[in-house]
Design a binder for this molecule. Sequence first.
Ligand code: FMN
Length: 166
Amino acid sequence: MDFEDVIRKRFSTRSFKDQKVGKEELDKILEAGRIAPTAKNNQPIKIYVIESEDALKKINEASPCIYGAKTVLLVCADKDSSYHKGTYSTFEIDASIVATHMILEATNVGVDSVWVEMFDNEKVKEYFNLSYEPVCLIPLGYKTDDYVPSPMHTTRKAITEIVEYL
Ligand SMILES: Cc1cc2nc3c(=O)[nH]c(=O)nc-3n(C[C@H](O)[C@H](O)[C@H](O)COP(=O)(O)O)c2cc1C
């Protein structure tokens, strides 16, 4: 897909079919995450693919925003090995760039997605025995036939409101 089409066609999906993401598509999505840039190239990232019945049950307990998806990515980052500037660390930025790469690749290969930050951080860490920090969830799949993007999808500030030439 043309890049312009990818960035315009992506929208948040909040109702998924009862179907896992195909292996070929999922591999492409994960590869897009792997090649994403990170500060100093430290790559302090771990991506968990949640697909088993047990793991899906746990992630649904930890978040109200899974929306029926049967494939969920849990994007985590390691504070310790990320780039530091004093007490400041880029771990969340690194993970967010990785997540953005994967969401855009998902659109490119015909897979719907949503970025989810509404989850119980402590539950996720405990359920999956994580040492890295969970940064976001990405439910993935195929939208239900009747799903239409939220009005928020087309509600954006004007370019003049967000851009200023100095
Ligand atoms: C950092 C971030 C956190 C978000 N968290 C959630 C969430 O927890 N649950 C949810 O349903 N949508 C979540 N969203 C989706 C946004 O609500 C959505 O991207 C925004 O309303 C614009 O709509 P669009 O993605 O359809 O263009 C999140 C998006 C971002 C970028």
